[in-house]
Structure formats: C-alpha cells, structure tokens
Write a protein that binds this ligand. Structure first.
Ligand code: G1P
Length: 293
C-alpha cells in the first residue's frame, strides 16, 4: 500500500516580491526577517514539525540566498567555534535537521503559482504533498497549521486547503471557496474561484497559503490555461480536482499574518517580538510611548 503520510513539501519562492521593493531588489522576499528569522525558515520549520522530510524549493532569479540559508556554512561555523559562540553556533547548525533533504528546482519563467507547483511534479511523484507560501506566516497557537491539516488529511486521504474569513472587500486578493457548512472546521469545497471581486465572491472564506494536495493535481495543472492575472493558477486546477474527488476547506486554529503586505509584515514583527523574552518589555513600553506621544 502506498504511504499516505505527507513527507514532501513544495515552497514556491520564485516570485518577484514587487510589493516590498526596494528591499527585495536583490534579496528574495522570503528572506525578509520577522524578528531574527527569515520568513522561509518559519515555513520550513512548520513543514518539518508536520513530519515533512523533503523540501522542494521552486526558485527563480535572485534566490541564491535561500539556497545558501539552508546549506552548511563551514566558514561561519568555524569562526563561531573559534569564538566559542556556542548558542548561536547551535542555531546556525540546526536550521534544517539532518534527516531533511532540500531540492531546488528553477522555474525559468514566472508563469504563476500553478506553474510553480507543476515544476515539482517529478520530485513529488505519485504521493500527496504539501504546498506552503512563506509570505503567509501562521502562528498555529496549539499546533502548527500544517500539522493540524495533516491530522485532518490522515482521517480521509482527501486534499485539505487552509482557509479563513477575510473581509468582504478583500475577496479580490484571495482564492475564495464555497463550502457546504461555513460553521464547520472542515467542509467539502463546492466551488473555488481565484480573486473574485466582492460582488462575485461565493463567500468570504479566503484560501491562505497552506495546501495538502493529492498527486492528481499535476495532470490537471498540465492542462490548466492562463487564468486570473494571466497566470497559471493553482486555484483553477483545484477547481478541476473538485470534479473528481473531495477537496476539503479547513479553518485552522491560529493567526495568519499576511507578510506579503507591509502592514501584515510589521504586525508580525511586533507580535513575534512581543513573544520574545528579551524583547517583550521593550515592545510594550515602546508601543505605549508611541501612543502617548
Ligand atoms: C495565492 C493564491 C491565492 C491565495 C493566496 C494566499 O495568491 O493564488 O488563491 O488566496 O496565495 O496567500 P497570491 O497572494 O500569491 O497572489
């Protein structure tokens, strides 16, 4: 019997990061730090915590910083050893646990999220897999978001897509799903549409950047034409998948920060700093001094 456990995760990191220019002119947006850790590392840690042991990065131009980040850094480690900076040496050594493999695939043309996922086809093969978009940073509170989704997936073997309520006027920034029961944590998706204007949105349930998909998605992605924004959309292939098998929308427990927007990114930095033992007091007193000013 084929293993149904999620062991592989795809990280589409080929985007241009235009919303963060000029910061992202030479640095990938996924390397922007929230406090002291790059966004992509939070996503990788979430995947590893859910049991993933193969990370498939779909990269593009200017993304070598990501490859370097997850690679061994001999010189840095040597210098830290000499200086006996043991704590930080541990941090640098454990960015990816030793049992986890990294694969890098270059997406030669930025044709959209669906195309990026399709680039992972050979690396994934015939098994279910996860997709994580690093600019959605999710504080899963009790359990990391992907681990919550993997638990749901293990119950049925059906695809699981993370969703949350978004404000009605922002439906044109998300994939939007129509489900049988909006009040249920897990509900089968009836329809899905990429970035509809509010008047066309079937609900306010927006897709956030976490997916567990069955491998049948690849055959559908091969046939998916250009959709919203002229790009090959993962949402359109999921819409086709719905015609063949159940795909569940999953309202995870936790808070999502849209770190693809300046406001979301700043909010994440403040919230994560406030959770840090060393920074909490500084953040609280600084924030109140701003309010008083
Ligand atoms: C992508 C997806 C969209 C989803 C969003 C979540 O859009 O196409 O369906 O709601 O991620 O972050 P993007 O934000 O990359 O334009």
């Amino acid at each position: 019997m084929k293993s149904r456990t999620i062991k592989k995760a795809v990280f589409p990191v080929g985007g241009l990061g235009t919303r963060f220019l000029p910061a992202t002119k030479a640095i990938p947006k996924e390397m922007l730090p929230v406090v002291d850790k790059p966004l992509i590392q939070y996503a990788v840690e979430e995947a590893v915590a859910a049991g993933v042991d193969m990370l498939v990065f779909i990269t593009g131009r200017n993304k070598t910083a990501i490859t370097d980040h997850f690679d061994k850094a001999y010189e840095l480690e040597h210098q830290l050893e000499l200086k006996q900076k043991d704590a930080v040496l541990e941090v640098v050594r454990n960015i990816v646990p030793s049992h986890v493999d990294c694969i890098y695939i270059r997406q030669s043309e930025a044709l959209g999220l669906g195309h990026a996922v399709l680039c992972a086809k050979k690396a994934i093969g015939d098994e279910p897999f996860a997709v994580l978009l690093a600019d959605d940073l999710i504080d899963g509170k009790k359990a990391p978001c992907l681990a919550q989704m993997a638990d749901q997936f293990n119950l049925t073997g059906e695809s699981v897509i993370a969703v949350e309520q978004v404000s009605h006027e922002m439906t044109d920034q998300y994939g939007i799903v129509e489900v049988g029961d909006e009040g249920a944590q897990t509900s089968a998706i009836k329809s899905i549409i990429e970035k509809p204007s509010p008047d066309l949105a079937p609900s306010n349930l927006g897709v956030v950047g976490r997916y567990i998909l069955t491998p049948e998605i690849f055959t559908l992605l091969e046939k998916t034409g250009r959709g919203s924004g002229g790009e090959i959309q993962l949402t359109d292939a999921i819409s086709d998948l719905l015609q063949q098998q159940t795909v569940n929308a999953f309202q995870f427990e936790g808070v999502r920060y849209d770190c693809g927007s300046r406001a979301g990114f700043l909010k994440a930095n403040i919230e994560y700093a406030a959770k840090d033992d060393e920074l909490r007091q500084l953040i609280v007193s600084y924030a109140s001094s701003l309010v008083e000013a």
